[in-house]
Ligand binder design. Structure first.
Ligand SMILES: [Mg+2]
Length: 283
């Protein structure tokens, strides 16, 4: 089977491993399953997950992490072959992922610095980019929004890595990439042409393609309803784990299309569920 595994709330919670899950994934990989992590987080470069996953004892290889930053780069390459220059509105990790796919990347942070000094419009200072890709930017400023909006108003295609409105931290909720996307959409008076992350299918499609697998062999394991929606959107089976943002009561209350294939409270139940799904896969 191909296991498409969300990270936060499934493999770890912040700095701590979810008990038993890294070892379970390592055992499944040893038995022949392929493990690919799929995360909406577009702030970290995919290689930044290496140390954390290995320290928890989870399986890792350089191709094992698909972020919405990477998937956004692939989306542009596949759907807009004329795009050369891209404005990255987000962290250096987002800019690096876009550059690795071959785009000529300029960061909204750098353009904003020049706008402050040169009192010029963002599109020209950015070198007239063909696309703007938006991820979470914890250092977002008024001029960074202005830089991105200038480019979109001048004709650059707006791509959202994901539209998560917020995400949990140890301090409570913080604005997610969706909050940044909305700010730029409002200022540019244009909606994003693509929304790459979960709950849409594209992030998982990139992971399935990378694995050389097919949706019928894939199981999406996630703690949020957006993970389940994304899994269903590609035609994969889905397991909702109760180790993150979804409570047992909330899982119980799901109806119709919202319901996952299976629910697992913890690593032991997840092991059982995966054994059963693997038995169904045969044939
Ligand atoms: Mg999660």
């Amino acid at each position: 089977m191909l296991l498409l595994v969300d990270l936060d709330g499934v493999v770890y919670r912040g700095r701590e491993a979810v008990p038993g899950v890294p070892a379970l994934l390592t055992a499944r990989a040893a038995a022949g399953d392929r493990v690919i992590y799929v995360t909406n987080n577009a702030t970290a470069h995919s290689s930044e997950y290496r140390a954390r996953l290995l320290s928890f004892g989870a399986p890792y290889d350089p191709a094992a992490v698909v972020t919405s930053a990477q998937a956004s780069a692939v989306w542009i390459r596949d759907n807009l072959p004329a795009v050369r220059r891209v404005l990255a509105s987000g962290t250096p990790g987002l800019a690096q992922e876009l550059a690795e796919v071959g785009f000529d990347v300029v960061s909204a942070a750098d353009v904003a610095e020049r706008m402050r000094a040169e009192r010029s419009d963002g599109f020209g200072l950015a070198g007239r980019p063909d696309a703007v890709v938006v991820g979470l930017d914890p250092d977002m400023t008024y001029l960074r929004v202005a830089a991105a909006a200038d480019c979109v108003r001048a004709g650059a295609v707006l791509v959202a890595t994901n539209r998560d409105p917020m995400y949990p931290t140890e301090y409570g909720f913080r604005p997610g990439a969706g909050s940044a996307v909305t700010a730029i959409e409002t200022a540019a008076r244009t909606n994003a042409q693509a929304d790459v992350g979960k709950p849409g299918p594209y992030l998982l499609e990139v992971a399935i393609r990378r694995a050389g697998s097919r949706a019928a062999d894939a199981v999406m394991i996630g703690d949020a309803l957006s993970d389940i929606a994304a899994g269903k959107a590609v035609g994969a089976r889905t397991v909702l784990v109760l180790t993150g943002v979804t409570s047992a009561a909330a899982a119980e209350a799901l109806t119709g299309d919202e319901r996952p294939t299976r629910v697992a409270a913890d690593a032991a139940e997840l092991a059982q569920v995966l054994d059963e799904l693997a038995a169904e896969t045969v044939g």
